[in-house]
Design a protein around this ligand. Sequence first.
Ligand SMILES: CC(=O)N[C@H]1[C@@H](OP(=O)(O)OP(=O)(O)OC[C@H]2O[C@@H](n3ccc(=O)[nH]c3=O)[C@H](O)[C@@H]2O)O[C@H](CO)[C@@H](O)[C@@H]1O[C@H](C)C(=O)N[C@@H](C)C(=O)N[C@H](CCC(=O)O)C(=O)O
Length: 485
Amino acid sequence: MKLRDLFSDDAAIEPQAEAVDVKGLSVDSRAVKPGDLFFALAGSKTDGSRFIDAAINAGAVAVAGDRASPDCRVPFIVTPNPRRALAQAAARFYPRQPATIAAVTGTSGKTSVAAFTRQIWERLGHASASIGTIGLVSPKRTVYGSLTTPDPIALHKQLDEIAGEGVTHLAFEASSHGLDQFRLDGVRIAAGGFTNLTRDHMDYHPDVGHYLAAKLRLFRDLVAPDGAAVISADHDCSPEVIDAARSRSLRIIAVGRNADGAGEGIRLVGATVEGYAQNLALAHRGRSYTVKLPLVGEFQIENALVAAGLAIGTGSEPADVFATLQHLEGAKGRLELVGEHNGAPIFVDYAHKPDALAKSLQALRPYAKRKLVVIFGAGGDRDAGKRPIMGAIAAENADHVIVTDDNPRSENPETIRAAILATARGASDIGDRAEAIRTGISALQPGDALLIAGKGHETGQIVGDKVLPFSDHEAVAAVLAARVS
Ligand SMILES: CC(=O)N[C@H]1[C@@H](OP(=O)(O)OP(=O)(O)OC[C@H]2O[C@@H](n3ccc(=O)[nH]c3=O)[C@H](O)[C@@H]2O)O[C@H](CO)[C@@H](O)[C@@H]1O[C@H](C)C(=O)N[C@@H](C)C(=O)N[C@H](CCC(=O)O)C(=O)O
């Protein structure tokens, strides 16, 4: 593709450089291939401008960055926001996108909402995919990805491929990092969803206001002008999110107990638990609907309603959408029932933040007539402030707490566990996660319930800079198999 065609008309490109043939895009000098356009990005650890020479030596035919580099040996495009320019160039380089795209943001629930939206569309006959923390799930393949919101080059390559494979509908997760770093600025988003906002990523965002502002970019900057905003109405920050959507005259579909069921909103009128399912009474545009949602946990209602709103906001018939909810399957490792021992259910959940841990424990309380047991830890090299908060939440909401390791990374695992144990009074300290799971399961009695929190779908334990194979699902299966044989 010609250099000129990768940038908007107002980008200053020397006339003799316009026809330079660009064979690929790169943001990393170490990965540049001959013919690439290199974007020099200021990052959290270093500045890509330092690697312009290395990129050119590796074959970069042009460079884009935010300040002119007078000695540059190849054409240099100055752009005030190189990350946004990168996202827009990636969208031009890989031009195909599914016709209908919904994005969801919020602290918790993104993975479930993306999976549910995909499932709803599938049931309604659309070739559908989702992209997020558990990777790409499409009719043709499932591909694991390392980031929740992939970088723009990987994202647009994937969008182009799946559109070529016939995928017409895509739901994807918009992380605050992704929004803040303009990773999504080239995606044609028809509807944006918002679940909730609680303390998270304070190692990246200077404060909660900055975190919320990143999330609000979805509605302020990214959803198409004629698009829809599907917003959970049940949180303190909901009015602010609704205001952001209103400022652009987006079609607003509020969902939840505080939504208006007479109009566009999807109002949750009532919910009762029945076994591992919940019976919902809903109201939308003045009509009533009853739905048996086959999922555990009140927070899954919010996720299901946001997903329903995204399907409605992108053109599906409300009655058809609500009829699909009875078939929803939980995303892997999202409050997933993975087995039983002595009649006690064992759940695996990705909850690795204070609020999510509290919600998961509260959701499981009805299933523990006797003791509710939780096994969890906290990641190293990440927000240390949440450790004592999670310890206190576990102590308050569970009857027995086992503190274990969860991706200690470069930190001393004992130090991380000590910070949790400081507030989790009476907790057991078992660093080896497999051993913690074995101990937790072995002690289960009829009437108990066990939550193994933190890893969810993950298949590795990050110790130092190594990812050691570890899966809560496999660890549980191994213990249960040993008990049966
Ligand atoms: C903190 C963060 O988000 N970093 C992301 C960011 O990297 P960065 O720009 O800060 O990297 P940097 O190391 O400072 O380098 C600056 C630039 O110099 C370049 N460079 C560097 C060295 C060199 O030799 N040559 C070179 O060209 C780098 O490629 C980069 O372009 O931009 C990169 C390209 O898009 C991302 O891959 C990278 O994600 C890192 C890997 C990451 O772990 N991000 C996590 C925190 C993240 O994004 N998580 C969210 C949220 C998940 C959740 O909700 O829980 C996600 O969406 O996954």
